[in-house]
Design a protein around this ligand. Structure first.
Ligand SMILES: Cc1cc2nc3c(=O)[nH]c(=O)nc-3n(C[C@H](O)[C@H](O)[C@H](O)COP(=O)(O)O)c2cc1C
Length: 208
């Protein structure tokens, strides 16, 4: 009797049924610059053929220009140019028919976004609190900013779906925008997107 009797049994996750409990979590393989290439596909094909049941194929796809992508890792998810490359990857990874669920992770880096790259937009965050690592003081988001950012997450998720993915993962870790809202150290707001736990989770619930 296996110590892990459920490991190779299917699991229902939302609308998907994944073939087993083995997940390859999000990470940038740094094998593509913007547009994914053959190495990226071969890397993930090897995982799927090796038995991964759920594979996060892209990490930190950016939902908006105010969180620009760097040349050696993330993909821009804020316009339709990502759909065709996504489709190439998902077609290649669905083809073997293993049933593995293909996931794309999306995010906005908030105050951790570079304001000296892309089209040089100011970094935005729940409050004008500088990040220990990235230093710059971000622009505090107003309620309009919250509105268009929620829409940007939704639009990026729609592109992920149009690109053939089975699901989308919204990054809420690593001090990106979502968890900047959650943290009382980063979120000093006094409106209904701050103040208490209910307020600090409101942005993420709207995105969700
Ligand atoms: C090089 C590298 C890059 C990663 N990039 C991401 C990322 O972009 N998004 C994310 O959610 N997690 C990222 N992670 C975290 C992993 O998905 C995973 O949660 C973490 O490595 C712990 O799992 P492990 O003990 O199996 O390594 C990264 C990890 C590594 C090692």
């Amino acid at each position: 009797m296996s110590e892990y009797p459920n490991l190779f049994s299917p699991l229902k996750v939302g609308h998907m049924t994944v073939p087993n409990r083995i997940v390859s979590t999000a990470h940038q393989g740094r094998m593509h610059s913007g547009i994914p290439g053959d190495r990226h596909i071969a890397y993930h094909l090897a995982k799927i053929m090796g038995g991964v049941g759920m594979d996060v194929v892209f990490a930190i796809v950016s939902v908006h220009q105010s969180s620009p992508v760097s040349s050696d890792q993330a993909v821009a998810g804020w316009n339709d140019e990502c759909i065709e490359p996504f489709r190439q990857v998902t077609d290649a990874l669905h083809t073997p028919g293993t049933g593995a669920a293909l996931i794309c992770q999306i995010t906005h880096r908030g105050r951790r976004a570079r304001s000296d790259s892309g089209d040089w937009r100011p970094a935005i965050a729940p409050s004008a609190v500088s990040d220990d690592l990235y230093r710059g003081v971000p622009h505090e988001m107003d309620s309009d900013d919250v509105g268009w950012l929620v829409d940007a997450y939704a639009a990026a998720a729609a592109r992920v779906r149009a690109g053939g993915f089975d699901g989308v993962e919204i990054l809420g870790a690593y001090s990106h925008l979502i968890d900047q809202f959650w943290s009382p150290l980063d979120n000093l707001r006094t409106d209904h997107y701050g103040r208490n736990l209910e307020g600090r989770t409101r942005f993420s619930l709207r995105v969700n």
